[in-house]
Design a protein around this ligand. Structure first.
Ligand code: ZN
Length: 343
């Protein structure tokens, strides 16, 4: 069955750009555009007494800033912003965190791993250089024509996140944060971002799931060039099992797509999705293959450079999962290419 048949979507239409839609008492939905194939992100405003708290900020560009100005004028009516949360450090979530926190003199709340990673990506520090990325993709078999796209791309993060906050308040798993009349519990998740903070209000029966649970698309899980042996898929599957333990009628507010109920069903669909992908990859590696050779097993369409970045990371996440499971082994050939074959 498709997600449409299993999940319940209480709100069929997103709010108009620059307007807010109340989805639970004191919880408001904003939608902002993204200049990618994934063309939108959902952000959230939480009533905080006489003021509001913001959860995620949108990508750092003029279009999103202009829509925020519209929201301030039309929806906030001069109310203060008390806090700016980021579920995680990705550019569509933290892109305007610096601008918002400075504009309202509000603190920035994020996990420590994502605060530091945001700065590291922005500054190309700690090994996160374009040269390292290109060398990594080359050793996993990406051809020269596609590598050229990465050479031309440069620092994608810095282009979309111009000014990060330089102070923050650390979110930790299990934190209980009072926002207005409600207490929101931080539930950390792994595998998509270094340390992704979802927010759960038991009283409202609402989970702001960020990118950890999405209704339609599967969350990107990717191996990075600086942690080549990581198992982000294993981390992701363990994390969603954790979210699936919340009450079955929880209203899930995802960063992409529509709010929905059916958390457990969605978690089951995602587990099944990855199980099938793992089986296909195992099959494809009957003779040893480099990641770039099996990318088409998971992604059966033309990919631009941006999509190739995610697709290579995702393919490696599945391959590394199978290595951790003992099904595949990785070996570097005399040509310097890393290949995955059956054990
Ligand atoms: Zn993300």
């Amino acid at each position: 069955m498709t997600p449409e048949q299993v999940l319940d979507y209480p709100f069929r239409h997103p709010p108009e750009p620059g307007t807010a839609l109340e989805v639970a008492p004191g919880v408001f939905w904003l939608r902002m555009p993204l200049p990618f194939a994934l063309d939108h992100i959902n952000l959230w405003l939480l009533d905080d007494g006489e003021a509001v708290a913001i959860v995620d900020s949108g990508i750092g560009n003029d279009a999103t800033r202009a829509l925020w100005e519209q929201v301030f004028a039309a929806e906030l009516g001069g109310r203060r912003v008390t806090r700016v949360f980021a579920t995680h450090c990705h550019p569509d979530h933290a892109g305007l965190a610096g601008w918002l926190t400075r504009k309202f003199d509000a603190p920035f709340l994020v996990s420590q791993a994502d605060y530091l990673t945001a700065h590291v990506w922005h500054d190309s520090a700690a090994g996160f250089t374009n040269e390292n990325l290109i060398a990594f993709l080359a050793e996993h078999g990406l051809d020269e024509a596609r590598l050229a796209g990465f050479r031309a791309r440069g620092n994608h993060y810095r282009r979309n996140v111009q000014d990060l906050p330089t102070r923050y308040r650390r979110l930790m798993d299990g934190d209980a944060i009072a926002i207005g009349a409600n207490v929101w519990r931080v539930i950390m998740g792994y595998g998509h971002a270094p340390e992704h903070a979802a927010l759960y209000s038991e009283r409202l029966g609402v989970l702001i799931s960020g990118d950890m649970i999405l209704p339609k698309i599967s969350t990107n899980v990717a191996v990075s060039s600086v942690e080549p042996d990581a198992d982000p898929l294993g981390l992701f599957l363990a994390s969603i099992a954790n979210y699936a333990r919340l009450p079955a009628d929880t209203l899930v507010l995802p960063s992409h797509g529509l709010p929905f109920r059916g958390l457990r069903e969605r978690a089951e669909q995602l587990v099944e999705h990855h199980r099938l992908r793992l089986a296909e990859l195992e099959e494809a590696c009957a003779t040893p293959k480099a990641a770039a050779e099996v990318i088409g097993t998971l992604f059966r369409r033309e990919l631009d450079t941006h999509q190739t970045f995610f697709a290579m990371g995702e393919t490696l996440a599945h391959l590394n999962y199978l290595v951790r499971a003992g099904t595949l082994a990785r070996a570097r050939g005399a040509d310097g290419i890393v290949r995955y074959g059956r054990t």
